[in-house]
Ligand binder design. Structure first.
Ligand SMILES: [Zn+2]
Length: 234
C-alpha cells in the first residue's frame, strides 16, 4: 500500500493505492479527504473524480472540520503563536480586549444582549487577532526580506476561508489573521513562502528550492497546517 498527497485549489488530500481494492472510494475523516483506489487506477482519473465531486467534498470537509473544531470559549483558552492564553470574560460599560501576561481579558459591553454574547466575544477576539497580526507580520516580513534579499511592496491582513496568504504581481503580500493561532514557526513558513513568490510567481521546483533554502522546516509546517487547520478558528 502506498500513499501520496495531492494539493488541489482549495484543499489537499491523500491517495492510497491497494491491491485488494476493486473500486475507488472517497473517505472524509477528521476533516481530511482520503481517496482509496485500486492499483493501476491513474492519478489523472483520481484528480478528475475529485474535481467532479468538489462541491460534495467541500461540504463534507466543512461539516467534518466543524465537529473537530475546539470550542475555545468553553475551554476558556485561545492559542497565540504557540502559547496558550487563558480567556477571561467580563462585563463592563465598554467592550475591550486586554492581554495581561498570559491572560486575555475580553470585556463585553453591558448593552450586549445575552443572545448576542458569544458572537460579540468572537468578533472582539477576531479584531484583536487582526491587530496582533498586523504587528507580527510586519516584523516577520521585515526580518525575512532582509535575509532573503527580497522586498515586498505592502502587506494586507485578511480573513479568508481557503488561503493562508498570497503574493500579487504588484509585490503586495497578504496573510490570514488565523495564522496567529498557529505556532510561530508555522506562521513563519507562510511568510517565507509568500516572499519566495516575489522571485517565482508559481509553485515550480525552483520556487520550492528557494523556500527550502531559507526554511528547512517548510515540509513539516505544511503538514502541520493540513492537520491542524480546523483548530485555527474562533
Ligand atoms: Zn504559493
Amino acid at each position: 500500500m502506498s500513499a501520496l498527497v495531492v494539493e488541489s485549489e482549495s484543499f489537499s488530500y491523500s491517495v492510497h493505492y491497494s491491491a485488494r481494492r476493486r473500486s475507488v472510494a472517497l473517505q472524509i475523516k477528521q476533516g481530511q479527504l482520503t481517496v482509496r483506489a485500486p492499483l493501476g487506477y491513474g492519478l489523472a482519473d483520481v484528480k478528475t473524480l475529485v474535481e467532479q465531486k468538489q462541491l460534495w467534498i467541500l461540504k463534507h470537509l466543512q461539516q467534518s472540520a466543524a465537529q473537530l473544531k475546539p470550542d475555545w470559549l468553553a475551554l476558556q483558552q485561545v492559542p497565540l503563536l504557540g502559547t496558550m492564553l487563558t480567556l477571561e470574560l467580563r462585563r463592563a460599560v465598554k467592550s475591550s480586549v486586554d492581554l495581561c501576561n498570559d491572560r486575555l481579558v475580553v470585556t463585553v459591553s453591558c448593552r450586549t444582549q445575552a443572545s448576542d454574547y458569544n458572537n460579540r466575544v468572537q468578533a472582539l477576539l477576531q479584531q484583536w487577532y487582526k491587530t496582533q497580526a498586523v504587528n507580527w507580520f510586519t516584523e516577520r516580513v521585515g526580518y525575512w526580506q532582509n535575509r532573503m534579499q527580497l522586498k515586498a511592496a505592502d502587506l494586507v491582513i485578511g480573513n479568508w476561508r481557503t488561503k493562508w496568504g498570497y503574493c500579487k504581481n504588484t509585490a503586495q503580500l497578504g496573510f490570514n489573521w488565523r495564522l496567529l493561532m498557529a505556532p510561530a514557526w508555522v506562521a513563519d513558513y507562510v511568510v517565507v513562502h509568500e516572499l519566495a513568490h516575489l522571485k517565482h510567481l508559481n509553485h515550480s521546483p525552483r520556487f520550492w528550492q528557494l523556500v527550502a533554502e531559507h526554511y528547512p522546516q517548510a515540509e513539516q509546517a505544511k503538514i502541520w497546517l493540513r492537520q491542524h487547520q480546523y483548530e485555527l478558528e474562533l
